[in-house]
Design a protein around this ligand. Structure first.
Ligand code: PFF
Ligand code: NA
Length: 446
């Protein structure tokens, strides 16, 4: 039996945990830079569409399976498949999910480590009076320094794994609950500041006026992958959380709230970041460093900037912390499923993730010329393939399982939205989400 089974004692705790999993680097770091590389408004439009047509219904499917199975992802899938007279091989989907979150956590920890570095730098006042060029050069110098990056990566992974080892403490829940609204407030404040810069109009146009000619199958694939990533869907991570969901709670309402909040955070971050980009005459397609350069520039111009920037990185760290715990949980649950205790299971995963994370760390220096696939270095590879291929493939299988394989009675009960709500959900998944994911995957890969 899972030691954390009693974890979500209230409906609110469940929504908070899922929000914690969803809101993270995906919104504040990944969304702006991927949108910047993929035409801005076109990307935004596609990604929001995918969140509504795929991400949200598949999120419900995923949580449903966990809630109906009440076991680790692998065991829930195997159990429900057997109930329906189907093949127990469905449980391997749980293992595929664990592999996906393994890849994601390995770079997630490295990039979250960047926020630790920037938090410390900002508390020390390193950005005070620095010019945009100096801030940019500082970031380059940091990337070229694997020692510092490894230190931060190690520290962040330790933070994550110690909470997971303890079973997610009530403390983190509470802290999250208390502090996340502050992050939203700060983002609003930043967007407000952005409105006063010269770049604001251009940022809005860039984000909200799609140039349809920019749509390619690859842009569509990027947008779909991002929709899964930002909602934390497709890797059985929310399935693990669903197993602890209370009995009487409407799943569509909970999932809908999370999705809207997630889009809102991405929009605010995008407006803030692109205003600075355009005000400074920077390139929106700058890549993974985008946020780490634009935000210090923006805050440097604000009164009390160093203080606000420190608070911002602290909150971002908190947001990535609650996401990384969600990334680690299904791996730990999987190892527990084969008989390991929570402590040793966590340690094994920590070491493995740490080692693979080093490959990302060194991608910016020693291993910069190592191109394992299609001209991408390891960091590019691990930030792309798991998100854009593994998550949609996993999501597709999860959707097929929930809408076609698992017993309809269990699904109906686990969705908790009445017979009409259930039928609407199933029609959407069967005839929209599944075919759409397939088409985009095939077109994008081809
Ligand atoms: N949703 C998280 C973010 O936007 O930062 C990332 C994530 C968490 C992806 C958990 C996948 C996952 F299973
Ligand atoms: Na997100």
């Amino acid at each position: 039996m899972n030691e954390t089974l009693e974890r979500w004692t209230t409906r609110r705790a469940f929504i908070l945990a899922v929000t914690g999993a969803a809101v993270g680097l995906g919104n504040i770091w990944r969304f702006p830079y991927i949108a910047g590389e993929n035409g801005g408004a076109v990307f935004l439009l596609l990604y929001v569409t995918f969140v509504l047509l795929l991400g949200l219904p598949v999120m419900m499917a995923e949580i449903m399976i966990g809630r109906a199975g009440r076991r680790s992802p692998m065991q829930s899938l195997g159990h429900l498949a057997a109930l329906a007279g189907g093949s127990r091989h469905w449980r391997w989907l749980g293992l595929f999910g664990a592999f996906t979150v393994f890849c994601i956590l390995s770079f997630y920890s490295v990039v979250s480590g960047w926020s630790i570095e920037f938090l410390v730098a900002s508390v020390n006042g390193n950005f005070v009076g620095a010019s945009p060029a100096e801030i940019g050069a500082g970031f380059e110098a940091f990337l070229a320094d694997p020692g510092r990056m490894t230190l931060n990566h190690t520290f962040f992974l330790f933070m994550t794994m110690s909470v997971v080892a303890a079973g997610v403490a009530k403390g983190l829940e509470k802290l999250n609950n208390l502090l996340m609204p502050l992050l939203y407030l700060l983002l609003l404040m930043l967007a407000g500041y952005a409105a006063t810069t010269d770049g604001f109009g251009q940022a809005l146009a860039w984000l909200f006026m799609p140039d349809v000619a920019a749509v390619t199958p690859l842009v569509v694939l990027h947008a779909m992958g991002h929709a899964f990533f930002t909602l934390a869907v497709g890797a059985c991570a929310l399935m693990a959380y669903g197993a602890y969901m209370p009995d009487h709670q409407s799943l569509p309402r909970a999932a809908g709230a999370v999705a809207l909040l997630d889009i809102g955070v991405a929009l605010l971050a995008g407006i803030a970041i692109f205003s600075v980009v355009f005000a400074q005459g920077m390139d929106p397609g700058e890549g993974p460093g985008l946020m780490f350069v634009t935000l210090p520039i923006a805050f440097a111009e604000l009164p009390w900037g160093a203080l606000w920037l420190s608070v911002f990185f602290l909150l971002l760290l908190l947001a990535t912390w609650t996401s990384s715990i969600n990334l680690a949980e299904p791996m730990v649950a999987t190892l527990q499923g084969i008989g390991l205790k929570r402590g040793p299971a966590t340690a094994v995963i920590a070491v493995a993730v740490w080692l693979v994370g080093l490959l990302s760390v060194f991608s910016f220096s020693t291993l910069a010329e190592w191109r394992p696939l299609a001209g991408m270095n390891f960091f590019d590879l691990v930030t792309t393939v798991p998100t854009e291929i593994f998550l949609p493939v996993g999501g597709l299988a999860i959707a097929i399982f929930a809408a076609w394989v698992m017993p309809a009675q269990s699904a109906l009960r686990a969705l908790d939205a009445g017979p009409a709500g259930f039928r609407a959900w199933r029609v959407l998944v069967r005839w929209v989400s599944i075919p759409l994911t397939l088409v985009v995957l095939v077109a994008g890969l081809w």
